[in-house]
Design a binder for this molecule. Structure first.
Ligand SMILES: NC(=O)c1ccc[n+]([C@@H]2O[C@H](COP(=O)([O-])OP(=O)(O)OC[C@H]3O[C@@H](n4cnc5c(N)ncnc54)[C@H](O)[C@@H]3O)[C@@H](O)[C@H]2O)c1
Length: 329
């Protein structure tokens, strides 16, 4: 298939593009390039792409496209909360506009990168895709709004699919250090401390960036009738861990590091344990990477490529990087 991959120069997009190509797809990217220079290690080879803002996409960008994988977004809670109206403009309105253009152009499949944080404060029980959505941040709310609007757009010839990704981890050439495992390993390697800012009790489902890519590839290949207008949690139950348990894996991976739970960030309302049985049953998909293996992979990559404290705090932290570039436009 000819796949338009939005956000192809982001953390996940940079891992996904070569995996889509290896699965036999022709990939065309679309990105503003905000994080294109945020590279750790060798420069990645990006696919051909459009350097364009999602808010300015036209029907020309959708011609000759069989499927859209839509990853471009302001991609986390701190970014989303910085200027909520911009989050809704980009993450919600521009996403729905992209989907309309895609449907009008005859694109039959539209895979949307949603998030398990749509479940919000879900407590200790396992939540499946039918659980009530209780987003607690503008970022998560924007994802819910897109899902709702795309459900209303589904037709015989336009199949939206919602991939609710767990929190990602793992090495990408365009690293993000502001997601929990990547962050904790970075602190451990740079300072010998594994710093947990919450009280360590919130539940987080985690999934490796490569496993996310493979879930999208499976959703592209699946028969329409199986995936039409469905939501899928992307991850694996073994990686439903508390932040303190995640930190424990980091201490184990980074020799000599010590756990420090500061609690300075106060109570964190985002806590959810997730059920992944639907994606296993429908797509035969199982995430492969454990958090333990991911911590070792990150430790080795940070060490091999000489991660510095300055880059860890600025270049690889989405909010700090954009602030250093003059903010969002
Ligand atoms: N990383 C995670 O833990 C995680 C978890 C669940 C869902 N997701 C979703 O996956 C997607 C990708 O996340 P990521 O971690 O790669 O984030 P990222 O910030 O690394 O990448 C997002 C990409 O989108 C691009 N982008 C942002 N706004 C744009 C706009 N207006 N026009 C064009 N391009 C724009 C950015 O330049 C960037 O390359 C996002 O939709 C995110 O919400 C990520």
């Amino acid at each position: 298939m000819r796949v338009l991959l939005t956000g192809h120069q982001g953390y996940l997009g940079t891992v996904m593009a070569p995996r889509l190509a290896a699965a036999g797809h022709t990939v065309v990217g679309l990105d503003t390039g905000w994080f294109a220079p945020c590279v750790l290690g060798p420069e990645p080879a990006d696919p051909d792409g459009h350097r364009v803002d999602l808010r300015e996409v036209t029907s020309a960008h959708l011609s000759d496209v069989d499927a859209v994988v839509h990853m471009a977004a302001l991609s986390n809670d701190p970014l989303g909360s910085l200027e909520p109206s911009l989050t809704y403009d980009i993450n919600h309105h521009a996403s729905v506009r992209l989907a309309r253009l895609a449907a009008d152009a005859g694109v039959s499949r539209f895979l949307y990168a949603s998030t398990c944080s749509v479940y919000g404060a879900a407590g200790d029980g396992l939540v499946n895709e039918d659980a009530p959505l209780r987003p607690v941040t503008p970022y998560a709310e924007s994802k819910v709004r897109v899902e709702d609007d795309l459900v209303a757009m589904a037709t015989d010839s336009f199949t939206p699919v919602f991939l609710r990704n767990a929190t990602a981890f793992g090495f990408s050439p365009r690293l993000r250090a502001d997601i929990v495992l990547n962050n904790l390993v970075g602190h451990a390697v740079l300072s010998g401390e594994v710093r947990v800012l919450s009280d360590g009790t919130p539940w987080r489902p985690l999934v490796h960036a490569q496993d996310i890519a493979d879930a999208f590839i499976a959703a592209l290949a699946a028969p329409r009738d199986v995936v039409h207008c469905k939501a899928y949690n992307v991850g694996i139950e073994d990686n439903n861990l508390t932040v303190a348990q995640i930190a424990g894996h980091v201490v184990e991976a980074v020799n000599g590091s010590q756990l420090v739970i500061t609690g300075e960030a106060g109570a964190d309302p985002r806590s959810y344990r997730v059920d992944f049985s639907r994606i296993r049953a429908d797509l035969g998909y199982t995430a492969q990477w454990s958090v333990k293996a991911g911590a070792v992979e990150l430790r080795d990559a940070y060490t091999r490529y000489g991660l510095t404290r300055a880059d860890f705090e600025q270049r690889f932290t989405r909010l700090a990087w954009l602030a250093g570039q003059g903010g969002l436009r």
